[in-house]
Design a protein around this ligand. Structure first.
Ligand code: DP6
Length: 327
C-alpha cells in the first residue's frame, strides 16, 4: 500500500477551559470546553505511506522529531493504520508556521493536521467528526482544531470515547474578533498538560470546584458568542481561565504556569477595560497572555501592550477555518 496526502490545520484557544481527563489514555475530558480556531497559526503536514513495515519517521520543522512528539503522533497513526488493515510505516513531515516562541500550543494544530493527512494517505474516507475523535487521542485539544470558528468539545460519557468529539457552533465569520498574543516568555512549559492535569486532579482541593463551574460557563459563553457580546464573553473567559489556574495552584506541589510578567499584562488589560476598551484576556498552561478584542479597538490594545516592557512581541490572529486536505 502506498499513498500520500497533505493537510493543514489551525491552532485553537479555549474560551472555556478544560483541565482534567476522565481517561488520559483516550484523552477523554472530565468536562466539555469551548474554543475558537485561529487563522494564520497553522501546521501543514504531509504523510507518505511507505511500502514496508519498518519504523515511522517524523520530521518536524526540518528536524527529526523527539520521542515525545513521536509518542503523541503514534496515538493517531496506530489506530488509523489498524483501520486501514495495514502494517505499513509512515513518513511524516510537519511544519508549523507559528511565529517562534509565541508560546502557542502546536499540538492541537499538529495532531489535527496529522489525522487528516494520515487518513487521506491511507485512502480512508472519514468525516470531520470521526477525524475529531482520532485527533483527540493524540492531544485532547486537537479534536477542536478539526473545525473552524467557535467550537465545542463534548465531554461525552462513554468509556470508549465514541461520544467525545468537537462540534462547530458558530462559523469564523459569525463574529470577527481579534486576538493578540502577548509573548512574555518563550520556550517550553515545565510540566506538560497531561501530567499537569493528572497532578491537579490527584492533589488539588480546588479541582472539583473548578469542574463544577464548567457546564454553566459553556452555556454562558455560547450565549455571549451568539449575541456577539464581548463584555459577556470576557467575563466567562476570564473566570474560566483564572479558576483553572486556581485549581492548578491548589495542587501539591503547586503548578504555577503564570509568571510575574503575565500579571503585568493582565493588569494592563483590566486598565483598558476600566477605560471602556472592549478587551479581555485568557491564559493557558504557560505564561503568555492571549488578549481578545474587536477590529476597531485592535490598534489601541496593541499599542497599550507594546508599551509594556515585559512584552517581547505580539502575535496577531483571528477566527479561522477548519482543518483541510490541501493536496
Ligand atoms: C490549558 O489537550 O493540549 O490549553 O491532551 O496533553 O495534549 P494534551 O493536552 P491539551 O491541553 C489543553 C489545556 C488548556 C485548556 C484548553 O485548551 O481547553
Amino acid at each position: 500500500m502506498t499513498g500520500r496526502a497533505t493537510a493543514r490545520a489551525s491552532a485553537n484557544i479555549a474560551l472555556v477551559k478544560y483541565w482534567g481527563k476522565r481517561d488520559p489514555q483516550l484523552n477523554l475530558p472530565a468536562r466539555g470546553s469551548f474554543s475558537v480556531t485561529l487563522a494564520g497559526l497553522t501546521t501543514t503536514t504531509t504523510v507518505t505511506v511507505l511500502g514496508n513495515d519498518g519504523e515511522d519517521q517524523f520530521v518536524l520543522n526540518g528536524e527529526v522529531a523527539d520521542a515525545g512528539v513521536l509518542k503523541k503522533a503514534k496515538r493517531v497513526l496506530d489506530p488509523l493504520r489498524n483501520r486501514a488493515g495495514t502494517r505499513a510505516a509512515f513518513q511524516v513531515s510537519s511544519t508549523n508556521d507559528f511565529p517562534t516562541g509565541a508560546g502557542l500550543a502546536s499540538s492541537a494544530s499538529g495532531l489535527a493536521a496529522l489525522a487528516v493527512a494520515t487518513a487521506g494517505a491511507l485512502g480512508l474516507d472519514l468525516d470531520a467528526t470521526e477525524l475529531s475523535r482520532v485527533a483527540r487521542v493524540g492531544s485532547g485539544s486537537a479534536c477542536r482544531s478539526l473545525f473552524g470558528g467557535y467550537v465545542e468539545w463534548l465531554a461525552g460519557e462513554q468509556a470508549d470515547g465514541a461520544d467525545s468529539y468537537a462540534v462547530p457552533r458558530f462559523d469564523a465569520d459569525w463574529w470577527d474578533l481579534r486576538v493578540v498574543v502577548a509573548v512574555v516568555a518563550p520556550g517550553k512549559k515545565a510540566v506538560n498538560s497531561t501530567d499537569g492535569m493528572t497532578h491537579t486532579k490527584d492533589t488539588s482541593p480546588f479541582h472539583e470546584p473548578f469542574l463544577a463551574t464548567v457546564d454553566g460557563d459553556l452555556i454562558a459563553a455560547k450565549a455571549a458568542v451568539e449575541g456577539r457580546d464581548l463584555a459577556a464573553l470576557g467575563r466567562v473567559a476570564e473566570r474560566s481561565s483564572l479558576r483553572m489556574h486556581a485549581a492548578m495552584q491548589g495542587a501539591d506541589p503547586a503548578l504555577v504556569y503564570l509568571a510575574p510578567e503575565s500579571w503585568v499584562v493582565i493588569t494592563a488589560v483590566r486598565k483598558l477595560q476600566a477605560a471602556g476598551v472592549p478587551v479581555f484576556f485568557t491564559a493557558d498552561a504557560g505564561p503568555n497572555i492571549k488578549v481578545f478584542t474587536t477590529p476597531d479597538a485592535q490598534e489601541t490594545v496593541r499599542a497599550a501592550l507594546l508599551d509594556l516592557p515585559v512584552v517581547r512581541r505580539l502575535v496577531a490572529a483571528r477566527p479561522g477555518g477548519a482543518a483541510e486536505r490541501i493536496e
